[in-house]
Every structure is written in structure tokens, then in C-alpha cells.
Design a protein around this ligand. Structure first.
Ligand SMILES: [Zn+2]
Ligand SMILES: [Zn+2]
Length: 302
């Protein structure tokens, strides 16, 4: 059976839903501290207006019988939390020598093109083999394949008057070349908790697009070393940056430190300078990356 996760790639990226005005949210950018990855709240429960700790989803109804992850295991603690350290992963160590991405600037635009394959990591073996323990939970039948990625984003995005919902499909792209999807699976569940990914937290959807629902620890290892505020690891479809999990004090930022869209505004390194600008943080806590767009998203071609 084919997964229907990405029937429509970012088709609603330009829909602006009615939403409450964003609360003024400005901090020094400090993080609150580590998140317990053995007791992560199970997310899901998408909302139709921006809300801290949620996904403001363009899609408002989800089918209950979807292909994809069909069973859960002992990584669900039974109390509304799940244990990342116990979750199985898809086996394999596949290299992608043809992976490529270029990021250039042209006038007011940042131009990103590539083939969607990961430049900084290996992937699991897909389709999931019947001999893989992951097969007991998620029989992802898709193969990873090269895509045409071509997107122009504003180099200096502006905060919009209202947040915009995120669609299923591409909501951003990492400097490593891999696309980022929102935190939901096709059934509106927490994709990171339910779906089985490889050891770099990625998997393909039915058109072969390899993607993450949270930022890969393999990518963070390569792009976000050091201490202090995390480095830029990618760009959301509204042009704002996605940074790793650490705040200015080097501690992990949590949902409590971030606004409805999973970001905040303070000085960070941006376009080669230190400037005060809105940015998203990728964390290990739902909704993991972008909960809604704080700026104005451009259409992506997935
Ligand atoms: Zn920050
Ligand atoms: Zn997925």
C-alpha cells in the first residue's frame, strides 16, 4: 500500500487563515534547559489557529485509516509521552554521492537548488525490508529518489501581520539539501512519535522525497557544533532561518521559550552579520521545527 502522506505538496502554503494577531514575543534568546527525550509529550492534535506548542495546520480534517505507521510499540509510555531512546529505526547505511545543493543570493533573493538528496549523512534502506524490526510498525514502501528542488526565498524576510498555516509537504529546506515537512503524518498524528524513520530521522514519501519531520541529529552534528546559540541549519519557506536547538546561553530552547510558530526574535548571525531577526528553532519537543509561518511563505515545488 502506498502512503498518502504527501498528496498535495505545499499546495496551501499561500493560504492565509484567519488567526489571532501574534503576541509580542521578544526574548534574550536564552534556552530553558534540556528536554527529557525519554518523556516527550506526544503531539498531534493540529489546530486551526496559531498556538504555542501546536501545528497550525492548513489541513483541518484527517482520515483515520491512513497508510504508514500502523502499530505502536513500547516507546509509547502510556501516559501521553513517548521515549525517543526506545524507538526503533530503519536499518541501513546508504550513501548518496550524487547529492547536491547550492545556495546563492541574487538581489533580494536567496536561491536554493538541488536534488533533495542528503549531502551530509547516510540514509536507511528503503523500502523497509521485511527483515527490519521497523517493519513491525511502519512498512514504508517508498524508495528514495532525486527530486528537482528550486526555490527562491526573501533574503531579508519580514514578519507578517498574521501567521500562516503550514501544509503537509515541504515547509523548509536544510543546508544539507534535505527538505523539512511539518510535524504531522497523514492522519494528523505526531509524525516523529508514530512514524519509523532511519537513524538520521528521515524517510521518503510516495514521490521519493526524503524528508525530516524534525531536524536530523546527523545534520546537527555536522552543521551545529560548538557552544552558545545554535547555528543556522536551514530555511523555512517564508525565508526565515531555522537554527539548531540551543539558545544564547547554550541551553536547549523549549516551547516555553518560543512563540506560536516555534520561533522568536533576537540577535543572531544572519547573512554574514549579527542582526536582530525572527528565526525558528529546531528542538526535540513537538512541533519540532515550524509550527506556523511567521513570515509570508512562497510556493515551493517540493
Ligand atoms: Zn534564538
Ligand atoms: Zn514523513
Amino acid at each position: 500500500m502506498r502512503r498518502s502522506l504527501i498528496a498535495v505538496l505545499a499546495s496551501c502554503a499561500l493560504l492565509t487563515a484567519l488567526a489571532a494577531p501574534a503576541a509580542a514575543h521578544s526574548t534574550s534568546g536564552e534556552g530553558s534547559g534540556d528536554v527529557d527525550t525519554t518523556q516527550l509529550p506526544v503531539g498531534g492534535d493540529p489546530v486551526s489557529a496559531a498556538e504555542v506548542g501546536k501545528v497550525f495546520s492548513c489541513q483541518t480534517s484527517f482520515p483515520s485509516d491512513v497508510p504508514g505507521a500502523f502499530a505502536t510499540g513500547d516507546w509509547f509510555n502510556g501516559d501521553g509521552t513517548w521515549d525517543l531512546t526506545k524507538k526503533p529505526t530503519v536499518d541501513g547505511s546508504v550513501t548518496w554521492p550524487d547529492a547536491n545543493i547550492t545556495i546563492t543570493t541574487s538581489g533580494s533573493q536567496r536561491v536554493i537548488s538541488g536534488n533533495g538528496l542528503p549531502t551530509k549523512q547516510t540514509t536507511g534502506t528503503y523500502p523497509v525490508a521485511s527483515s527490519d524490526d521497523a517493519y513491525s510498525y511502519d512498512r514504508n514502501p517508498n524508495s528514495i529518489s532525486a527530486q528537482t528542488v528550486s526555490i527562491s526565498l526573501p533574503k531579508n524576510p519580514k514578519v507578517a501581520s498574521t501567521p500562516t498555516c503550514v501544509g503537509l509537504g515541504t515547509i523548509g529546506i536544510l543546508k544539507s539539501g534535505v527538505q523539512v515537512f511539518n510535524a504531522l503524518d497523514a492522519g494528523g498524528r505526531d509524525a516523529v512519535a508514530y512514524e519509523i524513520q532511519d537513524s538520521c530521522q528521515g524517510h521518503p514519501e510516495r514521490s521519493g522525497t526524503y524528508h525530516y519531520h524534525s531536524i536530523s541529529t546527523c545534520v546537527l552534528d555536522k552543521l551545529d557544533g560548538g557552544s552558545g546559540h545554535s547555528k543556522l541549519v536551514g530555511f523555512a519557506a517564508d525565508g526565515f532561518g531555522i537554527y539548531g536547538p540551543r539558545g544564547t546561553n547554550g541551553e536547549a530552547v523549549t516551547d516555553a521559550d518560543l512563540d506560536e510558530c516555534h520561533g522568536h526574535t533576537h540577535k543572531v548571525q544572519w547573512n554574514g552579520k549579527k542582526v536582530k531577526i525572527y528565526h525558528y528553532h529546531a528542538t526535540s519537543e513537538y512541533p519540532y521545527t515550524v509550527g506556523c509561518y511567521r513570515g509570508t511563505p512562497v510556493t515551493t515545488n517540493g
